[in-house]
Design a protein around this ligand. Structure first.
Ligand code: FES
Length: 105
């Protein structure tokens, strides 16, 4: 699969349809990933799209900007590989990406 999402219950959802420029949050939402709230709709203000990114892919992602980093800091579940999925824009190099939905804060 191009994108694998591990849900909060440990299920894996495999997503084959990706679109360059769509965010990982949008791709997950299109596939009805459970528990993905994404309350702000991708405007980087809610942190309910928090995921842990497979560390092998971290270097392929642009650094988090300050607003993203601050929002992640507000989570009890922040890890070094935490990102807001609405801020990860899909691109071909991400093929095979695996993300895990972080627990609810
Ligand atoms: Fe709200 Fe990502 S959807 S910050």
């Amino acid at each position: 699969p191009k994108l694998t999402v591990v849900t909060r219950t440990g299920d894996e959802i495999e997503i084959e349809q990706t679109r360059p420029g769509a965010s990982v949050m949008e791709l997950m939402r299109d596939h009805d990933v459970p528990d993905l709230l994404a309350l702000c709709g991708g405007s980087r203000s809610c942190a309910t799209c928090h995921v842990w990114v497979d560390t092998a892919f971290l270097s392929k992602l642009p650094e988090a900007v300050e607003e993203e980093s601050e929002l992640l800091d507000s989570s009890m579940h922040r890890q070094p590989n935490s990102r807001l999925s609405c801020q990860i824009k899909w691109k071909d190099e991400l093929d095979g990406l695996r993300v895990t939905l972080a627990p609810e804060d």
